[in-house]
Write a protein that binds this ligand. Structure first.
Ligand SMILES: C[S@@+](CC[C@H](N)C(=O)[O-])C[C@H]1O[C@@H](n2cnc3c(N)ncnc32)[C@H](O)[C@@H]1O
Length: 422
């Protein structure tokens, strides 16, 4: 069979409609230049922070086996560029996605990348298992997401970590309204219908629940993005409790949010509402569920999960006892330290630029700024405190609360694998 014929043959287990949809409207839109991406990930600190986001308690390594399930047009190639020593496998049911990934593999000579046109439901037929599985924007499109997630869980190594992204319902209310609008009128995923839909959207009345998404997501200017959001043949969303149920049923457990500040009772406007201390008394799962309702506009959840039969992969951080003094803080990429137009008493304001909510900034005092400036990704908290603060200013409670706040605000991750002296 020639390459194209092989790519276009039917795939059992995958809804024909979904496969055909992505063949015609691959999303994200194909790219052929990954130079900027490659440059960005040359930074060893960025790679270390990313590694310890998934595995805080394991020693750093770069030779993982990675599965990108439903890899789309470029995600598997990006992972292969990001981790040259890793072995990356991309699978996707769409011929267009696989061909685009093959082209990137040739162009960037990615010998560490294999790509297959393959349904993720049958991933175990590859006869492989993986340290890391990335599956973003895929499971919510499957006919049976539970079966899909279980299939992925079955090929995750005992110490493995999985990155999932699924849609969230409340922030997508406007999308679901417009999906229904399109269904009722019979608007379909064709070039002509999408063109007309674009012009209809420009006439949406002010205050429509889709309005803010349209203005915040410049992506919506592209046909493929519009089709993916409004004309997808299969799409569901998970509230926080539904998401926790989904992962538990698949034999997985919550590790952390990829960005946790938006869900945290300690960050942003929610930390200052009159009910903040009542919220803090709830279990963390209940806190996250309540905060999703309060924020009201979350459109997706990005989560890191582990196998529930392995207790060594505990992400939950404890600042009780003395262990926290041994943690090595590593600054997260995309964070900035702003020093102008500061609130009163602040020496700087820390911002993670990947946060979409504007209330998640962290003002810090002069003493905290000295600690923050000493984070070099090598020294433990204990070393930082000893070398930065004069003995009279060395207050364990202040340091503990500051590093905990930095962690909740997505300013840093910890390497907890180092067993140095305190
Ligand atoms: C919205 S795209 C996301 C692509 C990529 N994961 C990303 O985040 O950029 C969804 C991808 O999942 C693929 N897909 C959908 N159902 C699949 C299945 N059952 N098995 C494998 N791939 C699937 C589609 O072909 C499409 O390329």
């Amino acid at each position: 069979m020639n390459q194209l014929a092989e790519h276009l043959s039917p795939l059992p287990d995958v809804a024909e409609e979904v496969r055909d949809f992505y063949d015609r409207y691959p999303y994200p839109p194909p790219v052929d230049n990954l130079e900027k991406y490659k440059q960005l990930w040359q930074d060893p600190q960025r790679r270390r922070a990313d590694y310890h986001l998934f595995w805080p308690s394991q020693s750093y390594r770069e030779d993982q086996t990675i599965l990108v399930a439903g890899c789309g047009t470029s995600q598997a190639a990006k992972h292969a560029l990001r981790w040259p020593a890793a072995k990356v496998t991309g699978i996707d049911c769409s011929a267009t996605s696989v061909l685009r990934t093959e082209q990137l593999k040739q162009k960037y000579d990615l010998k560490n990348l294999e790509v297959h046109r393959f349904p993720l439901e049958r991933v175990s037929d590859l006869g492989m298992s993986f340290d890391q599985i990335v599956c973003t924007g895929v499971l919510h499109h499957l006919a049976d997401p539970d079966a899909g997630l279980k299939a992925l869980r079955n090929v995750l190594e005992p110490n493995g970590a999985m990155h999932l992204m699924v849609y969230a319902p409340y922030g997508r209310a406007g999308i679901y309204m417009l999906q229904d609008f399109c269904r009722r009128i019979g608007i379909r995923a064709t070039d002509a219908d999408i063109r007309d839909l674009k012009s209809a959207l420009s006439a949406l009345p002010p205050g429509h629940p889709l309005e803010s998404l349209l203005s915040q997501a410049p992506d919506f200017r592209h046909e493929a993005a519009l089709a993916d959001a409004l004309l997808h043949p299969q799409d569901r969303a998970y509230s926080v409790p539904q998401l926790f149920d989904f992962i538990e049923k698949a034999g997985l457990k919550f590790g952390r949010w990829v960005r946790q500040a938006p869900y945290s009772v300690y960050c942003g406007a929610i930390a200052r509402i009159p009910q903040a201390s009542q919220l803090a008394r709830l279990s963390v799962a209940e806190q996250y569920a309540a905060i999703e309702l309060f924020r009201g506009t979350m459109a997706r959840h990005s989560i890191i999960v582990h196998r529930s039969d392995n207790s060594s992969n505990v992400q939950q951080l404890s600042f009780s006892g003395d262990d926290w003094l041994r943690f090595v803080p590593i600054r997260m990429s995309d964070t900035i330290c702003v020093q102008d137009r500061l609130p009163r008493g602040a020496s700087a304001v820390l911002i993670n630029q990947t946060h979409t909510y504007r209330d998640l900034f962290l003002p810090i005092t002069p003493a905290e700024k000295r600690l923050f400036d000493s984070i070099d990704g090598v020294r433990s908290i204990s070393d930082i405190v000893k070398t930065t603060l004069p003995p009279a200013d060395r207050n364990a409670d202040m340091a503990r609360s500051f590093f905990e706040r930095l962690w909740w605000h997505d300013q840093l991750v910890f390497d907890r694998s180092v067993r140095s002296a305190i």
